[in-house]
Design a protein around this ligand. Structure first.
Ligand code: ATP
Ligand code: MG
Length: 450
């Protein structure tokens, strides 16, 4: 049974409310002064809602006492739903207080049915908020636990999908199986590779990074496997150690693996299978023990179908696949990343709510790298303390991708808007042009935690 605290100096109002609440399966607690009410509130942590009067001294009607009480309650219990019982003269003040959140008001004399339905609405809302806080708390705990246990290379994220990805990355880091990191441009694939290496058994060994797309075919093979003097045009007259040798007992990160030549693929497959390879122009077999992490933003199954990537190599490389979502698939990460890029530039500028909303709606085709660039530009260009939408100069998106909010908002839009408003329901509701209640209903319907 929900406990409802009634604070009113008029004893006939108190007893009327007491009876009404008892009839509706609510347990009333009563106080006739603000002090007594606050005392009860401190003693009963399980009070679910407060009904309060606005005036407590016989000759006052200003509502000031009610306002003070309201904020005193908020101080003890920031999210406790409060219903203000007001005379019509205090309507303006009531409206202002209600805007501060989790509250409603009723003019005296009240309508019993209306009061009960207001109570039920607020209780439901309070319950939802409690659940939301609990799940946020849980997510936060999971994040800090991961951060304590592993070296996360100061990666910034808040989304659940990144949490899952990082849990998997840190878990597979310890084994020596090959890891393939896939994801679009600038989404942070190299950052994930750094995390896998930093938490591996060979974190103190060499960590060699090779961008496979950066060199022509035979140079790349020499780069990876080494070469004897004169092994290829321009090889020079000195033997050359390859990156595999350099990475022995450590980690080799092969970026843009989809670019590897056909013969390079054969050699790579062999090292992965046996640890053996030969330098270009040499018949001497060498052995290494190397943890291979590879990355690609191309669709390898498609390149396999087209015949330009070996399927057997693919299966070797992606024993574990870490699939990095595009930034627009994890809108919760946008604000914390943006803030961190601003702080990195050593400035204390803030983003306006409009700027945050625009950033959440933008698709970020260049992902985190693009966000980084936008924040760098904005922090240089912006003269004010607050960075506004205009300074961001985000490119126009094709009309088809623009979100039309005159329709029923999609799950994605709800999530994006909520994230851009830092989870502030009132603000998100305003953005979406709907009431808070309407927004709660939709969040519930889509099972979005908020
Ligand atoms: N979650 C994150 N937290 C902090 N910085 C990040 C994060 N993700 C990416 N970055 C930064 O964004 C930039 C791009 O990331 P990274 O180079 O890892 O992306 P990528 O997927 O390898 O890109 P490409 O496809 O171009 O190779 C880097 O400066 C990186 O440090
Ligand atoms: Mg990269």
């Amino acid at each position: 049974m929900d406990k409802v605290l009634i604070i009113d100096d008029n004893s006939s109002i108190v007893s009327a409310l007491e009876i009404l609440l008892s009839l509706h399966d609510l347990q009333p607690l009563c106080a006739i002064t603000p002090q007594a009410g606050l005392q009860l509130l401190r003693e009963n942590k399980d009070i679910s809602l407060v009904i309060q009067d606005m005036n407590f001294t016989a000759d006052t009607t200003s509502g000031e006492e009610g306002r003070e009480l309201f904020f005193a309650i908020r101080e003890i219990s920031p999210d406790l739903p409060i219903i203000l019982l007001t005379a019509w003269t205090q309507l303006e003040m009531a409206v202002e207080l209600v805007r501060a959140g989790a509250a409603d008001y009723l003019g005296k004399p009240w309508d019993d049915n209306k009061l009960i339905s207001t109570i039920n609405n607020l209780l439901e809302l309070g319950e939802l908020q409690k659940r939301q806080r609990a799940s946020q708390q849980q997510a936060m705990n999971a994040r800090s636990e991961l951060r304590e246990k592993f070296d996360l290379q100061s990666i910034i994220y808040r989304s659940d999908n990144m949490q899952k990805l990082l849990e998997m990355a840190t878990q597979v880091a310890k084994s020596d199986v090959p890891v393939l990191i896939t994801g679009p441009n600038g989404a942070g694939k190299e950052k994930i590779a750094d995390i896998v290496q930093a938490n591996s058994q060979v974190r103190d060994g060499p960590f060699i990074k090779v961008n496979v797309g950066a060199l022509p075919e035979d140079l790349m093979e020499a780069e990876l496997f080494g070469a004897e003097p004169g092994a290829y045009t321009g090889a020079g007259n000195k033997a050359r150690e390859g990156r595999f040798e350099a990475a022995d007992d450590g980690t080799l990160f092969l970026d843009e693996i989809g670019e590897l030549s056909a013969s390079g693929q054969v050699k790579l497959l062999r090292v992965l299978q046996t640890g053996e390879f030969q330098r270009l122009g040499s018949s001497q077999t060498r052995r290494v023990k190397v943890r291979v992490i590879s990355a690609t933003n191309s669709d390898l199954p498609k390149t396999i179908a087209e015949g330009s990537f070996r399927q057997d190599l693919f299966y070797r490389l992606n024993v574990i696949e870490l699939r990095l979502p595009a930034l627009c698939e994890r809108p919760e990460d946008i604000a914390p990343l943006a803030m961190s890029f601003l702080r990195e530039k050593g400035n204390s500028k803030k983003l306006s709510p409009q700027a945050l909303t625009a950033m959440t709606r933008y698709q970020w085709p260049g992902n985190v790298r693009e966000l980084q660039n936008v924040m760098q530009r904005a922090s240089v260009l912006c003269q004010e303390d607050t960075i506004d939408e205009a300074v961001l100069a985000l490119p126009e998106q094709p009309v088809a991708e623009k979100i039309d909010i005159s329709f029923e908002p999609s799950r994605e839009l709800l999530q994006q808007t909520l994230a851009s408003c830092n989870g502030i329901i009132a603000q998100a509701a305003r953005e979406l042009g709907m009431s808070r209640q309407a927004l709660y209903r939709r969040l519930e319907k889509h099972g979005i935690s908020y």
